[in-house]
Design a protein around this ligand. Structure first.
Ligand code: SF4
Length: 354
């Protein structure tokens, strides 16, 4: 993954961001055409596999246990339900399934074993599997990689300076460490930010600068607009102007020409025209399905209609990287063996009648 060397400094990125809008979109569209097929947009689905009850305090998140929100808390889904949801997403055109769990960090327990099974099963469906599970160690990343994980999502959200105004339960460095662990395990990195949280333009630039400073920038950079949820500390934030989203997408496109820029949360507040400008400016993916973890998102059929009108095509899975090969997981194999043994012990004995 390469970066655009012209925009390695804060000043250069800021000047780019402040370019007259139509000129900025034109430049972004030109770069987009050079590196990507502009007619292809990946449809991804985001599934909340464990919802709510999170011990963290991210100011935008309705899943934090400390905020009074309407989130429907549920424990980890079953592997079977995830497979069913994945098949449904695939039949509606999604080529990537991102599974999100409201955890502070991954723990080496039975729930994680189940997530490993989910990753194996969804990879077997020939979909790109992405997970967003909070912080994780290098060993955990490696286990997910061997299960067939294609990408790991871990957003930096904003600049290092603004981050602590929104989250106090972990540090920016903790985020960077997890991204590094995913990278070391050979997993494609998905990391981006949220705009509209009350940050300054400099913070949006600071986010991009953090990716500029990485040895390898993320393969995928989601750009989200805050969806202000009642009960969260950011509930009073006014929605951002659609132009700001277009500007942020275009700036990201130009700075990171090879990465996939994902037009993520906040699309329900955007007109089709504004979304079209984002595709023009280099957005190469959307999240499809009526829910984005817990917040509303356009329905599958609305997006299908938009694709039809704009002449867009859903991007195939593994267009940007080979399908991971699933390797047997020693912990799951041992579990299966133990279960098989237990079943054998319970087999009714043959009684011979004399
Ligand atoms: S964003 Fe993630 S880590 Fe933060 S509170 Fe929500 S679920 Fe927890």
């Amino acid at each position: 993954m390469k970066v655009n060397p012209e925009y390695r400094s804060k000043e250069a990125l800021l000047a780019l961001y402040n370019t007259p809008l139509l000129e900025l979109v034109y430049q972004a569209a030109t770069i987009h055409r050079e590196y990507h097929n502009p007619r292809e947009v990946q449809m991804s689905s985001l599934l909340s596999i464990k919802t709510g009850g999170c011990p963290e305090d991210c100011g935008y998140c309705p899943q934090a246990a400390r905020y009074q929100t309407d989130v429907d808390v549920h424990k980890l889904m079953s592997v079977e339900s995830v497979i069913e949801q994945a098949k449904n997403a695939k039949s509606n055109g999604s080529s990537r399934l991102c599974m999100g769990a409201a955890w502070r960090e991954v723990r080496d327990n039975r729930d994680f074993d189940k997530v490993v099974e989910m990753v194996q099963a969804v990879n077997d469906l020939d979909m790109e599997v992405c997970c967003t599970l909070g912080m994780m160690s290098e060993d955990q990343a490696l286990r997910l990689k061997k299960a067939g994980l294609f990408a790991y999502n871990h957003n930096l959200d904003s600049s290092k300076e603004f981050y602590k105004d929104v989250i106090s339960t972990r540090e920016y460095e903790d985020r960077l460490k997890t991204i590094d662990n995913a990278r070391k395990a050979g997993i494609s990195v998905c990391s981006g930010g949220i705009i509209g949280m009350g940050e300054a333009v400099e913070d949006r630039i600071g986010l991009l600068l953090s990716y500029m400073e990485m040895e390898t920038p993320p393969e995928s950079i989601p750009i989200n607009a805050l969806v202000a949820v009642e009960g969260t500390p950011l509930e009073e934030q006014k929605p951002i102007e659609q132009w700001e989203m277009i500007r942020m997408v275009a700036t990201t496109r130009i700075a990171f020409p090879e990465s996939v820029v994902r037009l993520s949360a906040g699309r329900t507040k955007m007109s089709m025209e504004a979304q079209a400008m984002c595709f023009m400016a280099g957005a190469g993916s959307i999240f499809a399905g009526d829910k984005l973890l817990t917040t509303p998102n356009p329905e599958f059929n609305e997006d299908q209609e938009m694709f039809h009108i704009l002449g867009l095509e859903p991007k195939e899975a593994f267009a940007d990287g080979e399908k991971p090969v699933t390797e047997p997981d020693p912990i799951l194999e041992a579990k299966k063996e133990k279960e098989a043994m237990a079943r054998k012990d319970f087999e009714p004995r043959k009684v011979s009648v004399v």
